[in-house]
Design a protein around this ligand. Structure first.
Ligand code: HEM
Length: 370
C-alpha cells in the first residue's frame, strides 16, 4: 500500500485505511502500524533493531548510500558512533549557532518574491550544516544538489562522487590542521581507532543529509500550513513567542519524515502473534502523529494545542533525532523571521511536491512578500 503512494498524492486517506485494519496490519507480506502507542513502544523496545540477520541486506532505515551510517546500525556500533557525533549537538553548541542562523534567515528574506524551497528553505539549513561541518562556502552548492537528489530518489550521478571527494579533502585538511568543527573531532577519533574510515565517511554523509533535507521540509510544510490556515498565521504574528509551539504543531501535522522501519530481533507475541524474528515493520510516524486516541481532533492544525505526548516526527528511543534541538532552533528562527519580514506572504503559483514518499515536502513553492 505504501509503495503505491506517489509524491503528489495526499497520503492521509491511505494511512486512515490502514488504521481501520487495526493497530498492526499486514500489507503485501510486510507489517505496518499507524498507532502512536505501537510506534512509540517498538521504537523504545530493545527486541527491535534496524538491521536484518542477513547483514548484506539494507537496514530498514537505509539511506541508500555507501558507506552506511549509525542511523542504519544497531547497538553496540550505534551507541559508539552516535556518542562520537553527539557533542556537536549539545544545547550549548546549538545556542552558539543561533545568531548565525538569524543572520542567514534575515539575509535570505531581503527580496520581494522567491521560490520558498529553492531560495529560502534549502539554502538556510545547507548554510547551517555547512557551518557546523566547517565546509567552505564555495562547496555548499554541490551539497544542496546532492541532498535534493538523494531525497527525491533521483539518480545521484556524479554528485555522490563529488561529495565523497569533498569530504576526503576536508578529512585530509583537518588531519593536518584541526579546527573546532565536527569533522576535526571525528578525524581525531579515527586516529585513536574509535571508528573506521568507512564509519567516519558514513557519519559525515548522515550529518549532511539528515542535517538539511528534513529541515527544508519543516520550513516548506510549515509555511504552507500557515497559508492554508490564515487564522493561525494571524495568531503567530500577534504573538511571535508562539513560534516554538508552532514548530511542534508543524512537525506533528505535516512532518518531513513520514515513516521509518524496524526489524524484530526475536518473536514478539505480546505485540503480534505472527511476527517472527527478522520480520520487518513499517512505522508510519505521520499517521501516529494524527492518532485520534492521542490527539483530540487530530486533523486540525492548531499551534496552541497541548503537545502531550510529544509527536513522533523526530522518532523515539535510541535513534531519536540527534539534530532535534538544532532543527527546532532553525524552525523557531525561521517562523519568527517570516512573520516579521513577510507578514503578508502570498502564494503566487501552484506548488509542486517532491517525488519521495518517505520525505514529504515541496519541490517548488513560489511566493511573494505581499
Ligand atoms: C525537522 C527536521 C528533522 C526531522 C523531522 C528529523 C527526523 C529524524 C528522524 C525521524 C530520525 C530517526 C529515524 C528512525 O528512528 O528510524 C532522525 C535521526 C537522525 N537525525 Fe534528524 N531530523 C531533522 C533534523 C535533523 C538535523 C538538523 C540533524 C543534524 C545534523 C539531524 C540529524 C539526525 C541524525 C544524526 C539521526 C540519526 C540518529 C540515530 O540513528 O541515532 N536531523 N531524524
Amino acid at each position: 500500500m505504501l509503495e503505491r503512494l506517489t509524491g503528489h498524492e495526499d497520503p492521509y486517506p491511505v494511512y486512515e485505511a490502514i488504521r481501520a485494519k487495526g493497530a498492526i496490519s499486514e500489507e503485501g507480506g510486510l507489517y505496518v502500524t499507524t498507532s502512536y502507542a505501537v510506534c512509540n513502544k517498538i521504537l523504545r523496545d530493545r527486541r527491535f533493531g534496524v538491521r536484518f540477520l542477513d547483514s548484506s541486506l539494507p537496514a530498514m532505515t537505509s539511506l541508500g548510500l555507501q558507506p552506511t551510517s549509525f542511523l542504519e546500525a544497531d547497538p553496540p556500533d550505534h551507541t559508539r558512533l552516535r556518542r562520537l557525533a553527539a557533542p556537536a549537538f549539545s544545547p550549548k553548541m546549538i545556542d552558539s549557532y543561533r545568531p548565525r542562523v538569524e543572520k542567514i534567515a534575515e539575509s535570505l528574506l531581503d527580496n520581494d518574491s522567491m521560490d520558498l524551497v529553492q531560495d529560502f528553505a534549502t539554502p538556510l539549513p545547507v548554510m547551517v550544516i555547512s557551518d557546523l561541518l566547517g565546509i567552505p562556502e564555495s562547496d555548499t552548492r554541490s551539497f544542496a544538489e546532492f541532498g535534493m537528489r538523494a531525497a527525491s530518489g533521483s539518480p545521484l550521478g556524479g554528485t555522490y562522487q563529488r561529495i565523497i571527494e569533498l569530504f576526503e579533502r576536508l578529512i585530509h585538511e583537518r588531519r593536518r590542521q584541526p579546527g573546532d568543527d565536527v569533522i576535526s573531532s571525528l578525524v581525531a577519533a579515527e586516529d585513536e581507532r574509535k571508528l573506521t574510515p568507512d564509519e567516519l565517511m558514513g557519519t559525515l554523509l548522515l550529518l549532511l543529509l539528515a542535517g538539511f533535507e528534513t529541515t527544508v521540509n519543516l520550513i516548506g510544510n510549515g509555511t504552507m500550513a500557515f497559508l492554508d490556515h490564515p487564522e493561525q498565521w494571524e495568531l503567530l504574528k500577534s504573538d511571535p513567542d508562539l513560534a516554538p509551539a508552532a514548530v511542534e504543531e508543524v512537525l506533528r501535522w505535516a512532518p518531513p519524515v513520514h515513516y521509518t522501519g524496524r526489524v524484530a530481533h526475536e518473536a514478539v507475541p505480546d505485540l503480534h502473534r505472527r511476527m517472527r524474528r527478522d520480520d520487518g515493520i513499517f512505522l508510519i510516524l505521520a499517521a501516529a502523529n494524527r492518532d485520534p486516541e492521542v490527539y483530540p481532533d487530530p486533523n486540525r492544525f492548531d499551534i496552541t494545542r497541548a503537545q502531550q505526548p510529544e509527536h513522533l516526527a523526530f522518532s523515539s528511543g535510541i535513534h531519536y533525532c540527534l539534530g532535534a534541538s538544532l532543527a527546532r532552533m532553525e524552525g523557531d528562527v525561521v517562523f519568527r523571521a517570516l512573520a516579521r519580514k513577510w507578514p503578508r506572504i502570498t502564494q503566487t503559483a501552484a506548488a509542486t511536491f517532491r517525488e519521495s514518499t518517505t520525505i514529504r515536502g515541496f519541490a517548488s513553492f513560489p511566493v511573494s512578500r505581499s
